[in-house]
Design a protein. Structure first.
Length: 91
């Protein structure tokens, strides 16, 4: 009887891991990086948080060799629909 209980616990815990991974993958917020708008180089976050900083937030995409590509400075251009979000607009 103990073996049966152990197996069912393993199935439940494994299912919880899959659910957690799915929810994380379906996040409604794209990645956000502070980037120099001219050179596309990744900057420290304070360069975007300070009004005198030289960076802008870059959303989505990927980074390679401290440069970004495939995203946008416009957050709404890369937003993904997640659980509980709606893509329709009311009027």
């Amino acid at each position: 009887m103990d073996r049966r209980k152990l197996r069912s616990s393993t199935v439940v815990l494994g299912g919880m891991g899959v659910l957690a991974a799915t929810l994380t993958a379906c996040s409604s917020e794209p990645d956000e990086r502070c980037v120099d708008p001219v050179t596309q180089e990744i900057l420290p976050s304070y360069e975007c948080e300070d009004s005198n900083g030289s960076g802008n937030y870059y959303y989505g995409g990927s980074s390679h060799s401290n440069r970004v590509s495939g995203g946008s400075f416009n957050k709404s251009a890369v937003e993904r629909d997640g659980f509980g979000s709606s893509s329709s607009s009311g009027g």
